[in-house]
Design a protein around this ligand. Structure first.
Ligand SMILES: C[S@@+](CC[C@H](N)C(=O)[O-])C[C@H]1O[C@@H](n2cnc3c(N)ncnc32)[C@H](O)[C@@H]1O
Length: 301
């Protein structure tokens, strides 16, 4: 398995993020005049959870982006073999063909950028075959300022991905998870060309930070989403930090899934506990940080 992990991304048990992702991220920090903020904050502090307005978005972008992207990278390349089934499933799903992803909440794109840039790294390092892969991305979030950054980052990495035959199309939607009406419009947009794709993938990275008192308000939207997708070949992947809030979030999600879905009956549940946290290098602060993970994946049997 070691052999499947690109050497530039995992050295002496420390995770290093894709250079292209770091370049695109740093350029955006500079453009937003928050490079120094990002450089001087302390990894490991709670930071912001991301909010609707531009200041909250910028703070979250400067303080938490690389933590989210590190978690997703750790699952995709799986250097310690903690997530074998999920990592293999990601590599198979995003190996070739036409896939549609719903990325919620999209935020400023740490999760999706990490997924895409690591798929590219696996190809650059000949760990995966370089076959044409078309990915349609719909990012939904209630923060317009986050979605602006999201679109810019995807625009700036698009060419690099194309060099590896990964072709992306993307769109964003101002979605409020507490509103079933808004969720209906999001899903209609996601499914507008549903017959063109071999698989529909729901990617949920770092949702739990919105606060446990808010989860109940998502109830109807999540119910609706599951039913609206039930006729499709769908996978749902949740990647969260291993924190109390994320545990309650995934419990809430699990109750919803077991109440509703017989079609997504295969459940994978893996976590990296606090005492087994992985280390990753932050090239902006030049520190080594530690992270843990809670992961749940739902798929058809
Ligand atoms: C931590 S970010 C996650 C971003 C990204 N998926 C990642 O991996 O980093 C959480 C996002 O949830 C969004 N959010 C919070 N409440 C929301 C709601 N009710 N509806 C939609 N998005 C919401 C915030 O705007 C923020 O961008």
């Amino acid at each position: 398995m070691e052999k499947m992990v690109p050497k530039n991304l995992w050295k002496n048990n420390v995770l290093y993020q894709s250079e292209k992702l770091i370049e695109v991220y740093s350029n955006k920090l500079i453009e937003l005049s928050i490079f120094d903020h990002a450089k001087n904050h302390k990894n490991g502090t709670n930071g912001a959870t991301g909010g609707k307005n531009i200041d909250e978005t910028k703070q979250h972008f400067a303080e938490r982006f690389l933590t989210s992207s590190a978690r997703v990278q750790f699952v995709v390349i799986d250097p310690r073999e903690d997530f074998t089934i999920v990592s293999n499933n990601l590599k198979a799903t995003f190996g070739s063909g036409k896939i549609s992803i719903l990325d919620i909440p999209a935020g400023t794109g740490a999760g999706i950028l990490s997924l895409l840039s690591n798929l590219a790294e696996l190809r650059i390092n000949s760990k995966l075959p370089k076959l044409p892969l078309h990915i349609n991305i719909l990012g939904g979030d209630y923060s317009p300022s986050a979605l602006n950054i999201y679109s810019d980052l995807l625009k700036n990495i698009k060419k690099e991905l194309e060099n590896q035959l990964i072709f992306i199309e993307y769109d964003t939607y101002e979605w409020d998870a507490t509103s079933p009406e808004s969720t209906n419009l999001l899903i209609r947009r996601f499914l507008k060309d549903e017959n063109s794709y071999e698989e529909h993938y729901i990617f949920m990275s770092a949702f739990s930070g919105v606060g446990s008192s808010n989860y109940k308000k998502f109830d109807k939207s999540f119910d609706f989403m599951q039913t609206a997708l039930s006729h499709l070949n769908t996978t749902i992947l949740y990647i969260e930090p291993n924190m109390k809030e994320a545990n309650s979030f995934l419990e809430f999600i699990h109750k919803l899934h077991t109440k509703l879905t017989t079609w997504l009956s295969k459940v994978i549940d893996i976590s990296i506990a606090k005492d087994a946290r992985f280390e990753w290098y932050d090239p902006i602060t030049e520190n080594i940080a530690k992270s843990d993970i809670l992961l749940k994946q739902y798929l058809r049997k």
